[in-house]
Ligand binder design. Sequence first.
Ligand SMILES: NC(=O)c1ccc[n+]([C@@H]2O[C@H](COP(=O)([O-])OP(=O)(O)OC[C@H]3O[C@@H](n4cnc5c(N)ncnc54)[C@H](OP(=O)(O)O)[C@@H]3O)[C@@H](O)[C@H]2O)c1
Length: 306
Amino acid sequence: MPSQSPIRSLRPAKWWRFLGSAPVSALASSAADRSGRCGRRPSVVLVTGSSSGIGLATAQRLAASGHAVYGASRSKSPAVSWTQLTMDVSDDISVDAAISEILAREGRIDAVVHCAGVSLAGPFEDTTTAEAKHHFDINYFGACRVVRAVLPAMRRQGGGRIIVVGSIGGLLGLPFVGQYCAAKFALDGLIESIRPELRSFGIEATVVHPGDFKTPITDNRAITGATMPGTPYFSAFQRAVAFYGKVEREGRHPDVLARRIDRLVDQRRLPVRVVAGKPLEVLGVLAKRSLPSRVFERIRDAAYGP
Ligand SMILES: NC(=O)c1ccc[n+]([C@@H]2O[C@H](COP(=O)([O-])OP(=O)(O)OC[C@H]3O[C@@H](n4cnc5c(N)ncnc54)[C@H](OP(=O)(O)O)[C@@H]3O)[C@@H](O)[C@H]2O)c1
């Protein structure tokens, strides 16, 4: 496991409180976290995107914590300690079938951790509407399908936990991944909007916005078809994508995030959003909220600009 973050030294000020949560490592054992727990561990948890990266680490962590984990994705993982289901989040029938199977076996779903997602990069001008729609169908409507499909069971059983994985790119717009950011911004708005609808049924929902984690998402990233050498944005785009790849490869192990999600599954009340980033990533979110937008943009462009 990674060493404790230097952010620990900032803990007394609890400066991250207004974000709704704290950097992953900063909250590792905080009293605030422990006091939010109800002590009763949900037993049946669906993790989407369980074949790789954050979803795989989360399914492993939750299974190790004693939950009955159902991991769902299109492909399967070799030898795992949880039940694997096939699910394509872009397909209503596939989503409904996987959730029906869990309900048939267990009679309930206590929590869903939605990790399934893809990355799309490309200059906005080069990105076709078809490419953007396909991306939204997985990253935004995929989450909608899964959450809608578990709600009837959660309402009937009188509660549940919904944890949707977004991205810091869902709080800060970043160049050359505009459609990815837009889908993640949409998820943030969705969760904020539906929380009051769900509260009276005892259902808690949150969106976890990770910073950079070292997962196969970097190699799996789709690039818009029209982006080719010689096109106007190409050089700047290449520099940006190389930078995103570098920071992801230097990112933390997804088990760091899985441990945070494990604690969220136990938490009685969930915050609207959780920013799960390194100190500088969290500071970026804080800077956007507290600085004039032009000042923030200058800082953002210095960090991510073409
Ligand atoms: N890694 C990071 O730095 C980072 C940062 C911020 C946010 N995130 C977010 O975290 C989530 C997980 O990313 P990751 O880094 O773990 O990526 P990853 O290693 O590429 O894993 C993506 C997972 O999503 C599943 N998936 C993709 N399309 C699917 C579909 N149509 N139906 C069902 N499952 C599908 C994949 O499984 P199959 O291909 O087998 O279906 C895989 O299990 C994504 O939403 C991503 O945007 C990641």
